[in-house]
Design a protein around this ligand. Structure first.
Ligand code: 2HG
Ligand code: ZN
Length: 445
């Protein structure tokens, strides 16, 4: 694309072989070849890109590290990918303000480490946390196991710096939790998947680092027994910092074909519970938990040191990649139902006869329902299976996506099942903030 040749403060990629990696993310979708990929190094590049997008009529598709699970960063017809990996800026921690500022390009791993180096904690922990970029986690409102106690990425954002359709970067929010001069427009951009503008940096809220962790492996004989446990724990004053599970099919796969540490996993089904309260490593705390678990506690294993804890988490963290390697054409969803309706959800899934295996964030009702045979399923049937699954979650007071977002992968389902008033409001906002339709066209709505 000749117009991009003189773009200031940017690296521009045109060669079709170099564009190849930008057609994919971690979803099952594939994008169309973009006109080019631009890696901006400064505001002049963004200003000029916005101007050109408007005058030449192409779309701008934001990209972080490409670890998204819904196709949000995949190129659509006549688009330029804006890859933020070279966007400049440092990670700066302010212990006084309990906050941290960082550019969109900062690896989430480094953001979390910078907080930790000061004894502070940034909780969002999507399973891609070692490879994803902060900007992507903000644009998709990433979740993760710790969301069970600490909430989503959006709950940790104080301010965002956003490229708007005037070509300039504007800051929404301040570095304090108390800011109430009108509605929090910063939140509009978190989880928006770049619909209204592109996030180039943010100020994040921190808390003191938890110093104690009790990590439990809870094997069960009848996996249905796990389904009431998230609600019972909360009802009894125990809020796990993570409550993950594997259904019997996923556990069997891990045990039969997974890494060494997975081969020793116990149980018919398995939960991983973690508590990080002050005092959670005390005997009294554990006794209370054992009381609550009753006969379920038989077979319980407690990680006795940090190495064991990390081994347990390593197995959980690799599950998605492992299943994808075993079943390259699988489709993986991330529906949510309220904790109190988990049992009804699985009964419903059974009734649907949906050929799914499930694992994920049981503690907050966010389940990774995987259709392993999706690649060999007739497309119309697959679509029906997915719609039935989404409808089941929605009818139980849940939603079709708990953490991965809508992107390209769930756009049609979102439009079909979403509240029409909400979709209309989103479209009105899009029109107001991006009247030329240059920001991530063809995604979400
Ligand atoms: C996880 O929790 C990730 O492991 C990925 O959200 C889930 O691939 C998936 O289905
Ligand atoms: Zn997940």
């Amino acid at each position: 694309m000749d117009e991009l040749k003189g773009l200031p403060e940017a690296t521009v990629i045109h060669d079709s072989s170099d564009l190849e990696p930008f057609l994919r993310d971690e979803s099952h979708m594939v994008g169309l070849p973009p006109l080019a990929v631009v890696k901006p190094h400064g505001p002049a590049a963004l200003r000029e890109l916005v101007r050109l997008a408007k005058t030449e009529g192409f779309g701008l598709v934001p990209r972080g590290a490409g670890t998204g699970k819904a196709g949000g960063c995949l190129p659509t017809p006549r688009s330029v990918v804006v890859d933020f990996s070279q966007w400049p800026g440092d990670i700066r921690v302010s212990p006084q303000d309990l906050c941290l500022s960082a550019p969109a390009s900062a690896p989430l791993r480094e953001v979390k480490a910078a907080a930790q180096a000061q004894g502070l904690f940034y909780p969002p922990d999507p399973n891609s946390w070692e490879s994803c970029a902060l900007g992507g986690t903000l644009a998709t409102n990433a979740g993760g196991p710790n969301a069970c106690k600490y909430g989503m990425t959006r709950h940790w954002v104080l301010a965002v710096d956003v490229l708007l359709e005037d070509g300039e970067i504007h800051t929404f929010g301040i570095s304090s939790v108390k800011a109430n001069a009108g509605p929090a427009l910063s939140q509009l951009f978190i989880g928006s998947e770049g619909l209204f503008g592109f996030i180039v940096g943010a100020t994040l809220r921190l808390i003191p680092q938890p110093r104690e962790h009790t990590t439990l492996l809870l094997p069960v004989k009848r996996w249905e027994d796990l389904l009431d446990l998230p609600g019972r724990l909360c009802g009894d004053g125990y809020l796990p910092s993570a409550f993950e599970f594997f259904d019997p099919a996923v556990l069997a796969e891990l045990r039969a074909h997974g890494p060494e540490t997975a081969r020793r996993l116990p149980g018919e089904a398995l939960a991983i519970l973690e508590f990080d309260e002050r005092g959670s490593t005390s005997e009294a705390y554990l006794e209370g938990l054992l009381d609550l678990l009753g006969p379920m506690a038989e077979g319980l294993e407690i990680a006795s040191d940090e190495r064991q804890r990390q081994n347990i988490w390593a197995v959980r963290r690799m599950t998605s990649v492992f299943l994808k390697e075993r079943h390259p054409k699988k489709v993986s969803e991330d529906i949510v139902v309220p904790r109190s309706r988990l049992r009804e959800f699985f009964e419903g899934l059974d009734r649907l006869g949906c050929p799914a295996v499930t694992y994920g964030h049981l503690g907050d009702g966010n389940l990774h329902v995987n259709l392993l045979a999706a690649g060999d399923t007739e497309p119309a049937l697959l679509e029906r299976q997915l719609m039935d699954l989404f409808r089941l979650a929605v009818n139980l007071g849940g939603t079709l996506s708990g953490e991965h977002g809508i992107g390209l992968a769930k756009r049609e389902a979102f439009l079909a099942l979403g509240d029409p008033a909400q979709i209309q409001a989103l479209r009105a906002l899009k029109q107001a903030m991006d009247p030329c339709g240059i920001f991530n066209p063809g995604k979400v709505i």
